[in-house]
Design a protein around this ligand. Structure first.
Ligand code: ADP
Length: 154
């Protein structure tokens, strides 16, 4: 059983994340979208909200699950029996960052392989960081987030 973990903050989920998961579906028997919980990191949206959005968006995908984890991604993968990580590459700075993390995860996770998909051109400008800025700035983020979710700032 080929299980991949797609780790991230998903603060919030974007159409770029969804595209990545859809393209990875044929590669794995199961994809677990796992929200990493880092108590020192500040998020715009609460964990429960981010998880709820992921569940709604991927509700109709039988091979996609949603979960959360603390501490090391590699240890989480080992715990659930996942031998693959899924990540997206939008540009060279993604590559520089991901290269090191992937090499570390391979060692710490006892051979975990990270599978990278290059972002499609129409999604490569989309990031959660930009979407947060748009939301906080009071502009309309709907072009960048899945149609199933509606963002309301409390
Ligand atoms: P992190 O907190 O680790 O940065 P994110 O939620 O920002 O997590 O992103 C998780 C993963 O989704 C990363 O591998 C990132 O490269 C990928 N990703 C984000 N946006 C896009 C996009 N527009 N196209 C392809 N991959 C993307």
């Amino acid at each position: 059983m080929k299980i991949a973990v797609f780790p991230g903050s998903f603060d919030p989920i974007t159409t770029g994340h969804v595209d990545l998961v859809r393209r990875a579906l044929p590669l794995f028997d199961k994809i677990i979208i796992a929200v990493g919980v880092n108590s020192t990191k500040k998020y715009l949206f609460p964990l429960e909200q981010r998880l709820a959005w992921l569940r709604v968006v991927f509700d109709s995908y039988p091979t996609v699950g949603v979960d959360q984890f603390q501490n090391l991604t590699a240890h989480y993968c080992q715990r659930i029996g996942a031998r693959y990580l899924l990540r997206g590459l939008r540009n060279a700075s993604d590559f520089d960052y991901e290269k090191t993390i992937s090499q570390l995860n391979h060692i710490v996770g006892g051979g975990i392989e990270t599978v990278f998909l290059i972002a499609q051109p129409e999604f490569s400008h989309i990031s959660s960081t930009i979407v947060r800025e748009i939301i906080v700035g009071g502009a309309d983020a709907t072009p960048f987030i899945p149609s199933e979710i509606k963002i309301e700032l409390q």
